[in-house]
Design a protein around this ligand. Structure first.
Ligand SMILES: *Cc1c(COP(=O)(O)O)cnc(C)c1O
Length: 463
């Protein structure tokens, strides 16, 4: 019998293999050599442990290529979001409209007139790209945008109230998550928090009583991710504006989610529109670009020109300004809102949130047939379920939905979802009562084939 150690090829023999032609182009030589050595070492220890025959060269190459492909995968990868949570902070919140993604792509790849007025050849402001769109959407006379709504809150408070008191209801001292807590954000801005009212009840009179010589602003914060129910009261924006006017104190309205189409008509009552605060006379309104607006990560600031000017003059603006890709994407997103019907069809977040149940059921039925026949699948059912908007918006708002409930033959639901998560593409699903649930609401129709093959790979073997 031949000695199996001797039948192992050498690294240089393996390096000659035609199978490596593609890999050689994308992988540095040293990494390739290291991967081949790893495979040879593993083969040697297998032989030492009693494996009678050496793996063939093509086995060794196949494992080396597979492990290199895993090593070379970027850490940020596409995820199929089958959780039903449309704005999932861990999954990057809003998927952008095609036009917005293209605008970001073009901005990324080349040069653009970011701070140049092409008509005059003079230097201009990068904010011009989004000003008109924000003003159109909110009815404000002036607008600007920064990196996210947290940054918007800080820079607005600096401009309006640094060194002064900001009056906020105790019921609105919220934490959005990821260390965005209103009291801490206020401290960072250099303003002082003046809490008024109680957790459940804050009346207009509570704000008025707190006004003194050192009051910088009144701020209303949308309790984006929780609700107080029962015996509750909060002052309306109209009341706050009236108090602000009477005492010469500016009013800030942090609406958070940024609903810009009539959400009440779509079945989501209680969500303030981004224009409501401006119409009521608030001095500054803030909201996120990547929540219900469905654009890039951004903090949008709309309001009176004098405050917007002060914000843009703040040296801190430089630290929180948007980059060219986000600006291009935001401009393109805002353009869809010229026509609300177009926004509903082109902005994925709006499209997903308003997909009718019957469409989802139809998609589920077609996919169920394809999944049922896969090896390793025990059962596929179609069940009624509940989806959430997520992303610190509409916390109460359960949307009725339809899910595919899949059980694998020889796989626990935990192992099934783990394999889906580490697969290619990664799939995020939910577990309920021993079944793995796939909600198609936030899965693009064009991703359905990939979803079926990801399920197939997951039930077949460990990737
Ligand atoms: C989400 C939210 C923020 C933070 O917005 P980011 O864009 O995540 O920084 C601030 N205020 C309110 C009311 C919010 O809902």
């Amino acid at each position: 019998m031949t000695n199996p150690f001797r039948s192992l090829p050498s690294v240089s023999e393996l390096l000659e293999a035609t199978e490596l032609a593609d890999v050689r182009r994308s992988v540095p030589h040293d990494s390739l050599v290291a991967a081949l050595r790893r495979e040879l070492d593993r083969a040697r220890s297998d032989i030492a442990a009693g494996r009678p025959v050496a793996p063939t060269s093509s086995d060794l190459l196949a494992s080396a290529i597979a492990s290199l492909q895993i090593d070379l995968r970027p850490s940020l990868r596409t995820v199929l979001n089958a959780t039903g949570i449309v704005l999932h902070t861990n999954l990057g919140r809003a998927p952008m409209a095609e036009s917005a993604a293209h605008a970001a792509y073009d901005a990324a790849r080349g040069y653009l007139n970011l701070e140049l007025d092409l008509a005059t050849g003079e230097r201009s402001s990068r904010q011009n790209a989004v000003r008109a769109g924000i003003c159109r959407l909110t009815g404000a006379e002036a607008a600007t945008a920064v990196n996210n709504c947290a940054a918007a809150t800080v820079i607005v408070l600096r401009a309006l109230a640094a060194g002064k008191e900001v009056i906020v209801s105790r019921g609105q001292l919220i934490e959005i998550g990821g260390s965005f807590r209103i009291p801490e954000i206020l401290a960072v801005s250099g303003a002082t928090l003046r809490e008024v009212g109680t957790t459940n009840i804050t009346r207009a009179a509570d704000y008025e009583k707190a006004i003194g010589p050192n009051t910088g602003a009144i701020m209303r914060v949308h309790a984006s991710n929780y609700r107080v129910r029962g015996f509750t009261h909060s002052a309306t924006i109209d009341e706050l504006v009236a108090i602000g006017r009477k005492h010469g104190v500016p009013v800030i309205d942090d609406v958070g989610s940024g609903a810009a189409v009539d959400f009440a008509a779509l079945g989501f009552p209680d969500e303030p529109l981004v224009g409501d605060g401006i119409r009521a006379g608030a001095d500054v309104v803030l909201f996120s670009g990547d929540k219900l607006l469905g654009g890039p990560q951004a903090g949008i600031i709309a309001g009176k020109r004098r405050w917007i000017d002060a914000i843009e003059k703040d040296p801190f603006m430089r630290a929180v300004r948007l980059d060219k890709m986000a600006l291009a994407a935001l401009e393109a997103t805002l353009a869809h809102y010229r026509d609300p019907a177009q926004a509903l069809s082109e902005v994925p977040v709006l499209r997903m949130l308003t997909t009718p149940i019957k469409d989802l059921r139809h998609r589920c039925e077609r996919l169920a047939e394809r999944i049922r026949v896969l090896d390793g699948i025990a059962a596929v059912e179609i069940l009624d379920d509940t989806a959430y908007v997520g992303g610190g918006s509409l916390p109460d708002q359960a949307i009725p939905t339809i899910v595919l409930a899949v059980t694998a033959k020889d796989l626990s639901e935990d192992e099934f979802t783990r394999r889906l998560r580490v697969g290619e593409p990664a799939v995020l699903a939910r577990i309920r009562n021993g079944r793995v649930l796939f909600d198609l609401r936030a899965v693009f129709p064009a991703q359905e084939d990939a979803l079926v093959s990801a399920i197939q790979t997951a039930v077949h073997g460990s990737p």
